[in-house]
Design a protein around this ligand. Structure first.
Ligand code: SAM
Length: 249
C-alpha cells in the first residue's frame, strides 16, 4: 500500500497558507499521489516520489503560488465569478490539478505539448472527478496565436517551463487585459527582475509583485512573480515555436 500523505500536514496548510483542505480535497491529493506513482512506471512524470517531498514540492508549492489569490490579497477575476485559468506546461498536472481542487469555482485548462502527459492527465481528472479542469495538447507559442485562446484567460500559471522571459512570452498573450500571470521560480535575483522588466513591457504587462518564501519542510527558497497585463499584447507575440527560448526578449 502507498504511504499516506501525512495527515498532520493539514496543520501546516493552515499555518502557512491560512487555508485547509477539506476531507474530499485531502482524498483527491492522496489519490493524485497514488496515480502519479502508478503512472511513473510507464511515463517519466516526476522524480519526486517520497510522500513528504511530494506534499511539499508538488502540492504545497502549487498552492503557495496562488495563496495571495486565495486570501483575496491579489485580484484575479477580471470579468466573471468563474475565472478562467490556464496552466502552461502542466506536466503531471502541477500546479493546475491542486489549483482545480482548491478553487472549485474556476475553470482551468491544463496545457502541455506532450501527448502522453495529456493522456495521463485526462485519466487522472476523471478518477479525481474534477469537472472544472480540462486538457489541451499543444505548444504555448501556437496556442497563444489561436483566437479561441488568445486574451481569454484571467490567470495563467507556469512552473518549471523556461526562463523568465520565455514564461512571460507564453503567458501574457493568453491573458485578458488586467489578467494575472503567476510564474513559479526557485531562486530569483534583482538582476533577473531588471532584465525581465523590458520583456514584460514589450508584451503589454508589468511586474506587479515578486514574493520570496521558504518551503515549510525543507526550508528551500522559492519565488513567485506576479505579472499584470495592462495593454493588449502585440500580435507578433508569442513568436514561432522555439524562438522565445532561442532568442529571448
Ligand atoms: N509544470 C510542471 C511541474 O512544475 O511539475 C511540469 C514541468 S516540466 C519540467 C515542463 C513541461 O512543460 C513538460 O511537460 C513539457 O512537455 C512542457 N512544455 C515545455 N515547453 C512547452 C511549450 N512551449 N508549450 C507547452 N508545453 C511545454
Amino acid at each position: 500500500m502507498t504511504k499516506p500523505l501525512l495527515p498532520s500536514l493539514v496543520d501546516i496548510w493552515q499555518q502557512t497558507l491560512n487555508w485547509q483542505p477539506t476531507t474530499q480535497q485531502q482524498k483527491q491529493f492522496q489519490q493524485l499521489y497514488e496515480l502519479i506513482l502508478e503512472g511513473n512506471r510507464q511515463l517519466n512524470l516526476t522524480r519526486i516520489v517520497n510522500p513528504e517531498e511530494f506534499w511539499e514540492k508538488h502540492l504545497w508549492d502549487s498552492l503557495r503560488g496562488i495563496a495571495p489569490l486565495l486570501s483575496g490579497e491579489i485580484d484575479f477575476s477580471v470579468s466573471s465569478a468563474c475565472p478562467a485559468f490556464i496552466d502552461i506546461g502542466t506536466g503531471a498536472g502541477f500546479p493546475g490539478i491542486p489549483v482545480a481542487s482548491a478553487i472549485a469555482n474556476c475553470q482551468i485548462t491544463l496545457l502541455d505539448s506532450t501527448g502522453k502527459k495529456i493522456t495521463f492527465i485526462e485519466k487522472t481528472l476523471s478518477e479525481l472527478a474534477l469537472s472544472n479542469a480540462k486538457t489541451l495538447l499543444g505548444r504555448a507559442e501556437e496556442i497563444g496565436q489561436q483566437t479561441q485562446h488568445r486574451e481569454r484567460y484571467d490567470v495563467a500559471l507556469i512552473r518549471a517551463v523556461g526562463t523568465g522571459s520565455a514564461c512571460a512570452e507564453y503567458t501574457l498573450p493568453l491573458l485578458k487585459k488586467k489578467g494575472l500571470a503567476v510564474i513559479y521560480r526557485g531562486n530569483w535575483t534583482e538582476e533577473e527582475t531588471t532584465a525581465l522588466e523590458n520583456a514584460v513591457e514589450q508584451l503589454g504587462g508589468v511586474i506587479e509583485s515578486i514574493e520570496k518564501f521558504t518551503t515549510p519542510l525543507s526550508n528551500s527558497i522559492r519565488h513567485c512573480l506576479y505579472l499584470r497585463k495592462v495593454i493588449n499584447t502585440p500580435t507578433k507575440f508569442p513568436r514561432a515555436v522555439g524562438i522565445p527560448t532561442q532568442n529571448p526578449l
